[in-house]
Design a protein around this ligand. Structure first.
Ligand code: SAH
Length: 233
């Protein structure tokens, strides 16, 4: 594991050199976050490396940049939050646990951070957000990082993206009362869905689609923003 932090920093494109950050947003600070995630039991090297190279400070307001590499959720406006790095690492690791994925749906673009992590790990990322101003901000950062394999749009994630289904994986960062049938329907057989379920008490669940239904894994207690219907402009 130690070896990971000695590997060269390899962002897949030249955008990275402009975005590296200094002081509290530096590579050293990102490395410390990765060490913390490793201490918390995250072992997937590809996921850890994606977190190590991705400038999380660009996905939040500049006024909060010095807190970007704390392992906490942070406000991104409109009553929403950028997910806690440990949660992103946990969900992404679970999603990839059965092998590489080609096409993934990310429900709740928010800041765009989860989509940016996925962009380094899978071929195509489709991301939907119901609050238009958040989506526009996220699109700018994803463009700045030249993550051209992320296709982010305003939409209500309860409906998935029927025209792009089936997906190999779906990750959702907002919590509904029960698992949306549309999301399960839009997985291929063997496809994986990871998301919080519940209201004031939430659990993180992983679902794997089978020929006849799906299997369900409980991954632990979590606290996400609620999943809401409809679009806000
Ligand atoms: N993945 C994001 C997490 C943002 S918080 C990140 O890395 O920053 C979850 C997001 O889900 C919020 O921005 C919220 O507006 C959005 N959301 C809630 N319900 C939704 C729905 N039905 N469809 C799409 N997005 C939704």
């Amino acid at each position: 594991m130690k070896s990971l932090l000695n590997q060269p920093i390899e962002y897949p494109n030249e955008a990275y050199s402009d975005a590296q950050g200094v002081g509290m947003t530096s590579q050293r600070t990102r490395n410390r976050l990765v060490e913390r995630l490793m201490a918390l039991g995250i072992t997937d090297e590809a996921v850890l490396n994606a977190i190590r190279v991705t400038p999380r400070h660009l996905f939040i307001d500049e006024a909060m940049a010095s807190r970007a590499y704390e392992d906490t959720a942070l406000p991104i406006g409109h009553g929403q939050t950028i997910s806690q790095p440990w949660v992103v690492a946990k969900m992404t690791s679970w999603l990839l646990a059965d092998g590489p994925l080609h096409k993934v749906l990310d429900v709740g673009t928010g800041s765009g951070y989860q989509a940016a992590i996925l962009a380094l790990l899978v071929d195509e990322v489709y991301s939907v957000e119901r609050i238009e101003p958040l989506l526009l901000r996220a699109q700018q950062v994803l463009k700045q990082l030249r993550l051209n394999n992320v296709h982010a749009n305003v939409a209500d994630g309860f409906w998935g993206i029927p025209s792009e289904a089936p997906f190999d994986g779906i990750v959702c960062a907002a919590s509904p009362e029960s698992v949306p049938q549309e999301l399960l329907d839009q997985l291929r057989v063997g496809g994986r869905l990871v998301m919080p379920i519940g209201g004031t008490e939430q659990g993180l669940f992983g679902f794997v689609k089978t020929e006849t239904g799906y299997t369900e894994d409980y991954l632990g207690p979590v606290m996400f923003v609620p999943m809401l219907s409809g679009i806000e402009t």
